[in-house]
Design a protein around this ligand. Structure first.
Ligand code: TXA
Ligand code: MG
Length: 309
């Protein structure tokens, strides 16, 4: 059910949950200090309790109200990337953001989104916790119809159109001894971050993930996805691929865009994964052959995780 920013703000102030647009993906929002709303988010998404939420702020000054101190390089990072798709994890000593929203961690993740409707809502409601607006483990939502697919037509959503980027924010983690590390690849590339701060090497897969969410199943449609093309033999298979590549023998090809256009691929990614289920496709091959740099890194990360279903 589409609602206005005014209606959304009223609901949020009463402790309710509403879906909101951001430039990355839609979020399921509640006021950061409303425990009822926070519990409701976990319940609605069927989200594991050990997976913390990102706090969204409407201006840079609000960070000082949520954390005691900022890591080195913080000023340069937010000058370069906020408002925008970069989330920073701040170590904290006091529980200003409730424990349950942080999954009990001694840190809090914060970002300032750039979507104009989200900024208007944040100005009216104050900081909001918001995970992506999808059932846990499922592909994220990049338009209001996706939110309704997962939570029903009666669920309140501020319709901000199709998300411009279509990929979640990049999450940066800072450690006294380790420096800055990417905890989740996303809409800001490692290359553009490296122009502002020095990045420590990306974590080894087997290490404990810096984001608890990374250990859970993610982005997966019901359709069984197979990554890699070593064994692909055509055979009337469904393929998720690129408009400039050939897939001999495929029964249907869902093109994410041209392989040279990562922005296009990112913006179509989740809609395409959802389309597989809408078309009741049982099994599909996913062409994960992408270069290991720039925006491709986050896309390859999502595709590979979606295939682990
Ligand atoms: O673009 C985005 O980031 C979207 C939009 C709605 O802002 N949000 C989003 O939220 O992707 P979610 O909940 O789907 O993913 C947040 C990730 C999870 O993997 C979670 O574990 C991690 O952020 N996270 C949150 N707080 C953290 C913390 N204190 N320490 C480490 N990881 C944290
Ligand atoms: Mg998510």
């Amino acid at each position: 059910m589409k609602i206005s920013i005014n209606e959304a703000s009223k609901k949020l102030l009463q402790g309710e949950v509403v879906a909101v647009p951001t430039e990355t993906v839609y979020g399921l929002a509640a006021r950061f200090e409303h425990l009822d709303g926070i519990y409701k988010i976990f319940q609605l998404k069927k989200r594991p309790q050990d997976n913390p939420l990102i706090v969204h702020v409407g201006n840079k000054g609000q960070v000082g109200e949520l954390v005691e101190s900022c890591p080195p390089g913080y000023e340069d990072l937010i000058a370069a990337f906020w408002p925008g798709p970069l989330t920073l994890i701040f170590p904290i000593a006091k529980a200003i953001v409730p424990d349950v929203a942080r999954a009990g961690l001694p840190s809090v993740a914060i970002r300032m989104p750039s979507h104009p409707q989200m900024l208007a809502l944040l100005a009216a409601s104050g900081p909001l916790v918001a995970p992506s607006a999808n059932l846990s483990g499922r592909p994220s939502a990049t338009c209001a119809a996706h939110v309704e697919e997962d939570f029903g037509h009666e669920f309140p959503v501020v319709d901000g159109g199709i998300c411009r980027m279509g990929l979640e924010s990049t999450i940066l983690h800072w450690e006294e001894n380790g420096g800055w590390r990417i905890a989740r690849h996303g809409a800001v590339s490692a290359e553009s971050l490296s122009q502002i701060i020095s990045l420590s090497p990306v974590m080894i897969e087997k290490e404990k993930p810096l984001c608890p969410g990374q250990k859970h199943r993610h982005y997966s449609p019901k359709c069984t996805l197979i990554a890699g093309f070593e064994e692909y033999a055509g055979d009337e298979a469904c393929v998720v691929g690129y408009s400039d590549r050939k897939y001999h023998g495929a029964s249907q090809i869902l093109a994410l865009g041209a392989s040279s256009r990562p922005d296009e691929i990112a913006s179509k990614l989740y809609a395409t994964l959802r389309l597989l289920d809408a078309r009741k496709v049982k099994c599909a091959w996913v062409d994960c052959r992408l270069p290991p740099f720039d925006a491709y890194q986050a896309i390859a990360d999502r595709l590979k995780r979606a295939c682990q279903n």
